[in-house]
Design a protein around this ligand. Structure first.
Ligand SMILES: CC(=O)N[C@H]1[C@@H](OP(=O)(O)OP(=O)(O)OC[C@H]2O[C@@H](n3ccc(=O)[nH]c3=O)[C@H](O)[C@@H]2O)O[C@H](CO)[C@@H](O)[C@@H]1O
Ligand SMILES: C=C(OP(=O)(O)O)C(=O)O
Length: 430
């Protein structure tokens, strides 16, 4: 993924965080919703509680590149999309290869323009990230998928919609964006689609709510078997994006790693799944007061075993943050990453800060306690970035985090929100 501009964060650690923080809207909910809003042939979609993150900015650019009108009102955290003028099926590499969510624009292109040309798909470098469940599903519904190599030697995928009709589809594993793309493709296809082994993530369910409001006929959400009855058209509606459970999880760990006490406005303990239980075992105390989650840690951090899994299992996007936290736990922690095979570059960065982590394939052993000290480190992906900010908050001295565009892909106003809680952190563009 190209950087565009070089961003770095500087953190001086050692301050206990205290106060109230607002959890942003969910990245992984808003991106499929932007894709879904492009399926409405007329009218204007209004999305509220939109996180002001780089992935959303890229999605707005991409929507414009294919002919839609999109206005992001940052102060109001509101996105207005008019997709009536959609006219270009090409997802250009310079935008699309910078974020994974670009692939969620494909169903709208297939239904509105009859084809999609994908010059590149981005997202974090997490090792192998296949899209075969998506392609196989589109094909079963009647599309044809071909790959050509362009003048630069890069692969370009061409999907021709043909006559899209309902089919029985499946995911080998419950893919998050795979489920969303197949639901969107089925929503405007002729007849009934059954998707087996569908994802259960809260963001997938929020996107289904949104599609339903648009007029889609979807049942079985939250069960693993989703049925979609194709409809003639979808209408533009207004929707408030759910809170970001990963953003919430990172702030929980910011409280935990600094021995602090925070009120997280909009955080939902249930959405954290097994991560909440693991954090409790480590010594974090939670108190859900309606839609506000109180969190604090004032006892010694205990070590932990983590196995990442689909929801409600331990979210892979919180695996890197908990690796940073477990450096300060009193004893060895064991982490088994089952979803992505490229997430352990973080261990090398934490080692620069004094951590002792042994990596063996998809398994890591974190030997705590190792006090952390400031260092120059690199964010290799988004969650590596969040983890390094957490480590920096607890380290003695100054930590400089480069390649921080990755962090900005998914977290809004990181420096501003942490500073308000008492952290010493600045964001710099170099
Ligand atoms: C934009 C978005 O929502 N991103 C999230 C989404 O990514 P994303 O939707 O890409 O993740 P998936 O759930 O699809 O991937 C999970 C696993 O399935 C494999 N797989 C997936 C699709 C496919 O066609 N073939 C295949 O083999 C992947 O290589 C990976 O090992 O879910 C991930 C897992 O919760 C999160 O870390 C990402 O933040
Ligand atoms: C892997 C992630 O996102 P994406 O799928 O957008 O790359 C992430 O959010 O950590």
């Amino acid at each position: 993924m190209s950087m565009g501009h070089e961003v770095r964060y500087r953190v001086r650690g050692g301050r206990r965080l205290q106060g109230t923080v607002f959890v942003q809207g969910a990245k992984n909910a808003v991106l499929p919703m932007i894709g879904a809003s492009l399926m409405a042939g007329e009218g204007r979609t209004v999305l509220r509680n939109v996180p002001i993150i780089e992935d959303v900015r890229r999605a707005v650019e991409l929507a414009r590149a294919i002919g839609a009108k999109a206005e992001l009102h940052e102060a109001e955290r509101t996105l207005v999309i008019d997709a009536s003028s959609l006219d270009n099926p090409v997802l250009p590499a310079d935008i699309a290869s910078r974020f994974r969510g670009s692939f969620l624009f494909v169903p709208a292109l297939l239904h509105r323009l009859g084809e999609a040309v994908i010059e590149g798909v981005g997202g974090c470098n997490l090792g192998s990230r296949n899209l075969d469940f998506h392609y196989n599903g589109f094909k079963r519904m009647g599309a044809t998928v071909t790959e050509q190599v362009d003048d630069n030697g890069d692969g370009v995928i061409h999907i021709k919609a043909g006559d899209m009709r309902g089919a029985t589809l499946y995911c080998d594993t419950p893919s998050h964006t795979g489920t969303e793309n197949l639901i969107m493709a089925a929503a405007l296809a002729r007849g009934t689609t059954l998707i087996k082994n569908a994802a259960l993530e809260p963001e997938v369910l929020d996107n289904i709510e949104f599609l339903r409001a648009m007029g889609a006929k979807i049942t079985g959400d939250g069960t693993g078997f989703i049925t979609v009855e194709g409809v003639e058209g979808l209408t533009a509606v207004e929707h408030t994006v759910m809170p970001d459970r990963i953003d919430a999880g990172v702030f929980v760990m910011a409280a935990a790693i600094t021995g602090g006490e925070l009120s997280l406005v909009g955080a939902n303990l249930e959405h954290l799944g097994v991560a909440a239980d693991k954090l409790e075992q480590m010594g974090v105390e939670f108190h859900q007061e309606g839609a506000v989650l109180q969190v604090r840690r004032d006892r010694t951090l205990r070590p932990i075993n983590v196995i990442t899994d689909e929801y409600p299992g331990f979210a892979t996007d919180l695996q890197s943050p908990i690796m940073a936290l477990s450096c300060l736990a009193d004893g060895p922690s064991y982490i088994y990453e089952r979803i992505f095979d490229g997430r352990f570059k973080l261990a090398g960065e934490l080692a620069k800060m004094g951590a002792n982590i042994e990596v063996d394939g998809n398994r890591a052993k974190v030997n705590g306690v190792t006090p952390l000290r400031g260092a120059e480190v690199e964010a290799h992906d988004l969650r590596c970035g969040s983890a390094l900010v957490l480590a920096g908050l607890a380290a003695e001295g100054e930590t400089t985090i480069t390649s921080a565009y990755y962090l900005d892909r998914g977290h809004a106003h990181t420096a501003g929100r942490l500073s308000q809680l008492g952290a010493d952190i600045v964001r710099e563009t170099v």
